[in-house]
Write a protein that binds this ligand. Structure first.
Ligand code: HEC
Length: 117
């Protein structure tokens, strides 16, 4: 019993040690690092905002880091409106609305300093 406890304690210390020495900022234990545009934001935009806002689409392009950064307020405003409200995005629900989890990724991106990669 005592040995088991010690092994457990050892494992915990190792995990704690690794999180403290990791070069990336760790904000919660399930988190592997900061949210970045290339890593998490762009894939969400590709899933929900194509083809209209990506090359080949007819609307304002939201395909690059700079473009998304400069329109982030409008993006977050529109994606959180009531799905039936005027201006809601994705336009007329032609793509599924962003989930709570996906919106949370955007908020964490802002918290983490809106890194590109
Ligand atoms: C089916 C095509 C389509 C999709 C998918 C779509 N949009 Fe749009 N978007 C439009 C249209 C059409 C407008 C212009 C009408 C308006 O302003 O309500 C627009 C306007 C916007 C604007 C205002 C700037 C502009 O270009 O006029 C923003 C910001 C925006 N969309 C963000 C998004 C985001 C973020 C997504 C993905 C989550 C998305 N849209 C998905 C068609 C689309």
């Amino acid at each position: 019993m005592k040995i088991r406890f010690l092994i457990l304690l050892g494992a915990f210390s190792l995990i704690a040690y690794q999180s403290c020495t990791s070069s990336k900022k760790v904000t919660s234990n399930t988190d592997l690092g900061p949210v970045t545009f290339e890593g998490q934001i762009k894939p969400i935009m590709l899933a929900h905002c194509t083809p209209c806002h990506f090359p080949g689409g007819e609307k304002d392009q939201l395909d690059t880091y700079d473009r998304v950064l400069s329109r982030i307020d409008d993006i977050l405003d529109r994606t959180q409106r009531d799905t039936a409200a005027k201006g809601f995005m994705p336009f007329k629900l032609k793509k599924p609305a962003l989930s709570e989890e996906e919106l949370a990724v955007f908020f964490k991106w802002m918290e983490d300093g809106m890194l590109e990669k």
